[in-house]
Design a protein around this ligand. Sequence first.
Ligand code: FEO
Length: 389
Amino acid sequence: MKAVKLKNNIYWVGAIDWDSRNFHGYLTQRGITYNAYLIIDKKITLIDTVKEQFSDEMIKRISSVIDPSKIDYIVSNHVEMDHSGSIPKMMDIAKNAELITCPNGEKGLTAHYKRDFNHRIVKTGDVLNLGKRNLQFVLTPMVHWPDNMVEYMPEEKILFSNDSFGQHYASSSRMDYKNSKDIIIEEAKKYFANIVLPYSAQVRKELEVAATLDIEVIASSHGIVWEKYTKDIIAEYKKWASNSVIRKAVIIYDTMWHSTEKMAYSIQEVFEEKGYSTSMKNLQSNHISDIMTELIDAEYICVGSPTLNNNIMPNVASFLTYLKGLSPRDRKAIAFGSFGWGGQSVAQVADYLKDSGFDVINTYKQKYVPSDDDLINLKNKLTEDLASN
Ligand code: FEO
């Protein structure tokens, strides 16, 4: 449990959570890393802490470099407990430390920990001198809570970006170039789709600020540190935050006796014939958080459910609830499904999609099992509907 040197007198002192597979419904199949950074200067500074259960790991890493009681500043970039959870313990150890936070951070930390920490409030434009280095603060509310902030260290060209640019990814190598580029970009995309997506407008503002800075390294609070691929991840963030779509349709469904599935594959054929890339997502075998990653750039979101007890299938309900919370903007949607007698599911799916802000271009229903002619009719109708949209 040692600190990992990033630059002269700047260390990663976080914790690796190899086992975690769930973050609020988000399937973290590659685990999670909680990043904290230690800066040894005239003022010894810790940027963020780790989830409370991992505090001993962080303290061991800090102790491999300095005595933790000597820390002068603890910067809290975000109140969420994966980053602030070890602040009370660290403030007990570093008895003379000053906690650096923003106004919403102060409120949030007090509400969480019921303590009055020795603290200093900063706002955008404030600079904290550490000795040879400085931290310039930028408040970034709602990326991902009201209390987020980031800081730029001009002397080292490092952006400490907290949740932004993060990935849920546990690995023994801290630097981007020691990991598969495809995997870390994919995990960053999944993180964006499942955590940051609702706050895309705020991310765009953050990117405007980032464009004015000479950033060589992005030290986020989750996953690897960006150094070789810094420009690449900023370019990807611009794309994801822009809400732009490509000719792509994602077809998400559950099925009981394969009738809704047959409809799903007929719908896919139509989109393919129209030149769309397609992705089939059976909810029995795909996790909702992986489906969100696929939806980031999809023009069409197609959701199918058979009717079960006058309702939609539980897997579909779970997906629609998750989708509504993350709600990608300005997408077209269709609802479809089979039924035996009641047939309520398709209208329910359509209502949910409309409530989520999507433009539902049409709905398609099938009684019992579709015949070949039924599927041809479905394809013809969808082809017409796509032509008029
Ligand atoms: Fe990584 Fe919003 O906490």
